[in-house]
Write a protein that binds this ligand. Structure first.
Ligand SMILES: [Zn+2]
Length: 452
């Protein structure tokens, strides 16, 4: 039996941070033992010294687009998962679009699964896509549902040709299908008609700053309308609903109301909505273009309030890369929307949370236990507890991370996090008892990640 000890760290457990040593046996946490605090002479293959470190569960990022297969030049699982490992993320759920073909058929799902084998540095699961095109094919969807972590659908244009959005009427079928499969349905919730109306009004409007016009074309009201409709249907059909990348505190308030009235719903926001605002977008342009777009400073503050009130369930990076040339367009309207961030999600969030004096107990579960619970993998991941996978991150609060170009692990080396400094550092990332990233030696060659 292969044994590993992580000693002398401050470990995030169900009872908060505790001074315990972690014994790992064959990829799983075997026991937590009260730490003697004995300094180690040196680290060995089987003993890791976590003195001075926080030890937290490996992060689970339920929302990435790694573009494999088919658009590997945008990112790819190798560089994407490598960047994730460097940032302390040990499990990702890859979205069904921006790879090519999209995961909307059994064949595409099986092909993607086979293709990804032995290519990932971190563990992963795959989303399946429900679209206007495959919605009528219930048999196909039922078969697909057995091999996916959950369903994803769009309520507005996705920007990907073979991933059509589901119109309001079709959403009823989508809700019913997901309910039948006992799978979560995650939605990109912006109301298509609303966006079209505002886009027609603001696009190429003489004399208006183009970036401001883009912001105005996707208002909070488009999210509100889509979310309200989706909640109504989820209540009616008893569907487990997960609303991704919600950008507004007001909308999260609506979701919380529904949750309290018994709707099976959870909500995700993303680091960029918590760290950047519309002024940053107006200044920086396409590198911060995303949909829904960045919001006002008031909304950013509102989202942090929502975190403190416990109204936000999960945080996902929505890592959505592309070639730099697709950002460097003449017009903001033509630029690809999506933010490269998987490497910095938790450095940035923990840094910001500490600056805001938010107890880490309130924010860590949003990237660990809550995600595992919601997606049904809590018996394997998400906590530091005997019996679970030994997915661990060692973090030091007395060292800093400076994000320079060389440190970007993405295939295309740009990110809105460039030039930021975070007042903490990931020292090691451990996946199922194996150190996959060490600050000194980098990410190991071996692709240790498996499909859940
Ligand atoms: Zn996304």
């Amino acid at each position: 039996m292969k044994e590993l000890w992580v000693k002398n760290g401050l470990v995030f457990t169900a009872d908060g941070f505790r001074e315990v040593d972690i014994r790992v046996l064959d990829e799983r946490i075997d026991s937590l033992v009260k730490s003697e605090g004995e300094p180690l002479k040196e680290e060995t293959d089987t003993i890791i010294d976590a003195s001075g470190c926080l030890v937290v569960p490996g992060f689970i990022d339920a929302h990435v687009h790694f573009n494999d297969p088919g658009r590997t030049d945008w990112e790819g699982i190798e560089t994407g998962s490598r960047a994730a490992a460097i940032g302390g993320t040990t499990t990702i759920f890859d979205m069904p679009l921006n790879c090519a073909p999209s995961v909307t058929t059994v064949k595409n799902l099986l092909d993607k699964k086979e293709y990804l084998t032995s290519m990932s540095h971190v563990d992963y699961a795959l989303w399946g896509g429900m679209t206007d095109t495959n919605l009528a094919n219930r048999r196909e969807l039922t078969q697909m549902s057995k091999g996916i972590i959950a369903w994803k659908a769009f309520m507005s244009e996705s920007g990907i040709e073979d991933f059509r959005f589901v119109p309001p009427d079709g959403l009823k079928q989508a809700m019913q299908a997901a309910k039948e499969h006992k799978k979560i349905l995650a939605l990109h919730a912006e109301w298509e008609e609303e966006i079209n109306k505002f886009t027609a009004f603001y696009k190429h409007r003489d004399g208006m700053n183009e970036r401001k016009a883009f912001l105005a074309s996707r208002p909070v009201s488009a999210e509100e309308k889509a979310v309200s409709y989706a909640l109504e249907l989820a209540a009616k059909y008893g569907t487990a609903l997960h609303l991704v990348h919600i950008s507004s505190a007001k909308v999260i308030g609506i979701i919380d109301q529904a949750k309290k009235s018994g709707v099976d719903v959870t909500v995700e926001t993303c680091p960029h909505y918590l760290l950047f605002d519309e002024e940053d977008f107006i200044k920086s342009g396409a590198i911060l273009k995303c949909a829904p777009p960045l919001r006002s400073r008031e909304e950013v503050e509102g989202l942090w309030d929502c975190i403190q009130k416990g109204w936000i369930d999960t945080i996902g990076s929505d890592h959505s890369p592309c070639l730099y040339s697709m950002k460097a367009t003449d017009s903001i309207w033509d630029a690809w929307g999506g933010i490269q961030g998987v490497q910095f999600t938790w450095l940035a969030l923990l840094d910001e949370a500490l600056k805001r004096r938010i107890n880490l107990k309130q924010i860590l579960p949003l990237g660990t236990a809550n995600v595992a619970e919601r997606f049904g993998i809590a018996d394997q991941k998400g906590r530091i507890r005997p019996g679970l996978d030994a997915d661990l991150v060692l973090i030091r609060l007395d060292e800093t991370t400076i994000v320079d170009k060389q440190s970007l692990a993405f295939r295309n080396a740009y990110s809105p996090y460039e030039n930021r400094e975070f007042l903490l550092k990931v020292k090691k990332t451990i996946l199922r008892g194996k150190v996959i990233y060490d600050e000194q030696s980098g990410v190991i060659q071996e692709k240790f990640g498996v499909c859940l």
